[in-house]
Write a protein that binds this ligand. Structure first.
Ligand SMILES: *Cc1c(COP(=O)(O)O)cnc(C)c1O
Length: 356
């Protein structure tokens, strides 16, 4: 019997690699975290002012998550009983993994997949089955289906971070219908994609859709997310698994106010889509790059052997993009967030200067 069990544990954990946050340097133009910069700062300030007026911070937000759920229910067009909320979608994913998965739960994911999800599986010793992206940044549904026979859970971000890939709707539907176990579809970037599968939760009992206010609503700093699934699961999630007050009062009120401005959010997403096309087209003009199609608010491109040099040179000009490196057979990938027209133009001009 050792008395040092706690120290031993701490030592074991200390050797683990956690989630690595982006290194943004001192850049004043941060296009490295997929935040929604098209939504003006003024918008979030208005939401916060409304939240401040509606909040008495001396009190626990009793009834607050229920009101947020009611607003989400109207926005997502599913019954309130099918919605759970959390301290960012990160926390929801964490709760699902820590309560429902174990060292024996093989989870089928793409390679790469969302970094946080992977880090959480590593923490809990949950084994992953990975299907790599192709050189053209597509995921092979046949390989996914073949491997799914050995998996007990599936997690896919749709569109995928960092590739921007989204399956044709029919293929994804088929995968979920045929799989004998829970399928988590993470729609953090769903609003920028071709479709959402949230409404499928009415029919598909094994589907859990996860969403967030961080990207589409431009409220990453508030840490609010949600999940949509059949009522039996959501009842367990809300009543037993989730913390009693997972979302703070300010975030609750600001998110409710933001949901009332859903039309502005949609307009911002349309701008992102238009700017995304312009950026892809411009970047494709350079032979140095292989630029992949994207359904999200960021673009992945392979800069080959030049990727570190380009990353550093951009940083020197105050522009921070995400250093991704190897993706499938690709060696030197960079990921850039689609921002406002001005931001994107500044990035594109800097790239042009570098390559001339
Ligand atoms: C950014 C991101 C999230 C958001 O997580 P929050 O905790 O809600 O901020 C979730 N999933 C993916 C794939 C992401 O890229």
């Amino acid at each position: 019997m050792s008395d040092d069990w706690f120290e031993d544990s701490v030592r074991r954990y200390s050797k683990m690699a956690g989630y690595v946050k982006p290194d943004s340097g001192d850049g004043d133009l941060r296009l490295d975290s997929n935040e929604n910069l098209v939504i003006p700062r003024r918008f979030s300030m208005e939401m916060l002012s409304a939240a401040r007026r509606a909040t008495d911070a001396r009190r626990y937000p009793l009834g607050g998550t229920e009101r947020l759920t009611a607003s989400l229910s109207r926005y997502l067009r599913v019954r309130p009983g099918m919605i759970g909320v959390g301290n960012g979608s990160d926390q929801i994913l964490d709760l699902i993994l820590s309560n429902f998965a174990s060292r024996k739960t093989r989870v089928l994911v793409s390679e790469p997949t969302f970094g946080f999800f992977e880090a959480r599986c590593r923490l809990y010793g949950i084994p992953l089955l990975r299907v790599p992206f192709s050189a053209g940044m597509e995921l092979d549904m046949t390989r996914l289906t073949d491997l799914s026979g050995r998996a007990r859970m599936i997690y896919l971000d749709s569109p995928n971070n960092p590739t921007g890939f989204q399956f044709p709707k029919r293929d994804l539907r088929h995968l979920i219908e045929e799989f004998d176990g829970p399928v988590i579809i993470d729609e953090a970037y769903g609003i920028f994609g071709d479709y959402s599968v949230a409404s499928w939760t009415r029919r598909l009992e094994n589907l859990i859709v996860v969403g967030t206010f961080s990207k589409s609503f431009g409220l990453a700093g508030l840490r609010a997310g949600y999940c949509v699934a059949r009522e039996e699961f959501i009842d367990v999630f809300n009543r037993v698994i989730q913390h009693p007050y997972p979302v703070n009062s300010i975030a609750i009120e600001a998110c409710i106010a933001a949901l009332e401005k859903a039309d502005q959010i949609q307009t911002a997403a349309d701008t992102v889509r238009a700017e995304r096309s312009r950026m892809i087209e411009t970047l494709r003009g350079y032979d140095t790059f292989e630029v992949f199609d994207s359904k999200a608010n960021f673009i992945l491109f392979d800069a080959g052997g030049a990727y570190r040099r380009i990353h550093t040179a951009l940083l020197e000009q105050g522009i921070s993009v995400r250093l991704i490196g190897r993706v499938g057979p690709r060696e030197g990938c960079l990921r850039v967030t689609v921002g406002t027209q001005e931001m994107n133009s500044r990035f594109l001009l800097a790239v042009r200067d570098l390559l001339q």
